[in-house]
Design a protein around this ligand. Structure first.
Ligand code: CO
Ligand code: CO
Length: 327
């Protein structure tokens, strides 16, 4: 078996291979499902995970899944990134993960089993870090390699970090720098490696979530495939508020700006900007705008509030029809 670089098997990249936000909303519009009083967070506002009551003390089960094609060439790193990214949606809800299940699509006979094993080992290591078992899962023979994890977590109805609970007057904080989409794009195109991007992507959002809960935060989401602007817009729209961002305050990974200037622009980041652009007022270069909309993989938490370890990047303001003003 002759293998090329792992990212060469991906038609897109990481969360950048997500279905574009506008298209996704069209796809699920009206598909509400059976009404349930126990469903605390469902599909309505596109939150990070769903939450359903069980027992009678306000405890909720949180459920989510995330999977994607290779974002980096190293199979172990890809596994770690995919697992950290999947776990993130539980943390972004203010939950604690309790169980993970693998999802694997593998081009049998094209890519060796040993590489799949490395991917799964990466996922396992991150789930161990998160203190949860990664037990079983499902695998299929698939032309494109796909890996991810379905995660179950637990939390409490009254302390969920929702995307529809943001209030005007609160500061906005971000807990990881942006720019991994651009760096992954360059990695895929050139093979250049960016350890700072890997480090950021494999970092769990567990501490950020704990800090948010300790600070009494009510609203948060994680910044992933729709980029900072996309996820901020979704939060503003769900909460009926607007936002002002100080673009110079937004932390950016080293080498991201240079890579962007050199033309490494993920298709997903451009599609994000096309979608969210009509709701953004800014006087920035196109490059700066693409960076703010850059499709992240396993990004940080965007928090309505100020927390230790977070960087304040702006504030929420009262204006129901959501607009994001970038200064
Ligand atoms: Co999310
Ligand atoms: Co997700």
């Amino acid at each position: 078996m002759e293998t090329k670089r792992l990212t060469g098997y991906a038609h897109g990249g990481g969360c950048a291979c997500k279905i574009p936000p506008g298209e996704l909303e069209q796809m699920v519009a009206g598909l509400i499902g059976m009404p349930s009083d126990d469903l605390v967070v469902g599909l309505d506002d596109g939150d990070d995970a769903c939450a359903v009551l069980f027992g009678d003390n306000g405890e909720v089960a949180i459920s989510t899944t995330d999977f994607f094609t290779p974002v980096v060439d190293d199979p172990f790193d890809w596994g770690r990134i995919a697992a950290a990214n999947a776990l993130s949606d539980v943390y972004a809800m203010g939950g604690v993960p309790i169980l993970g299940i693998n999802i694997l699509g593998w081009p049998r006979g094209v890519l060796p089993v040993e590489i799949a094993r490395e991917v799964l080992r990466g996922g396992l290591e991150v789930c161990q870090q998160a203190g949860i078992p990664l037990a079983g899962g499902h695998s299929i023979d698939n032309p494109e390699p796909i890996y991810g994890v379905a995660v179950t977590g637990r939390g409490y109805k009254d302390t969920l970090l929702r995307n529809d609970a943001a209030e005007a007057g609160l500061p906005l904080s971000l807990t990881k720098p942006i720019g991994v989409g651009v760096l992954n794009n360059r990695h895929k195109a050139t093979g250049d490696t960016f350890p700072q991007a890997i480090e950021s992507m494999v970092t769990l959002n567990d501490q950020a979530a704990q800090a948010a809960l300790a600070a009494g935060v009510r609203a948060a989401t994680d910044v992933t495939g729709f980029g900072l602007l996309g996820h901020l817009y979704k939060m503003c729209r769900a909460s009926g508020v607007s936002a002002v961002i100080d673009h110079a305050a937004v932390p950016v990974l080293a080498d991201a700006r240079e890579s962007l200037a050199a033309g490494f622009i993920p298709g997903g980041s451009r599609r994000n900007l096309d979608w969210v652009g009509p709701h953004v007022e800014a006087n920035l270069s196109e490059e700066d705008m693409i960076l703010l909309a850059d499709a992240q993989t396993s990004g940080g938490l965007l928090v309505a509030g100020e927390i230790p370890g977070g960087t304040v990047i702006g504030e929420l303001v009262p204006e129901q029809s959501p607009v994001i003003r970038v200064r």
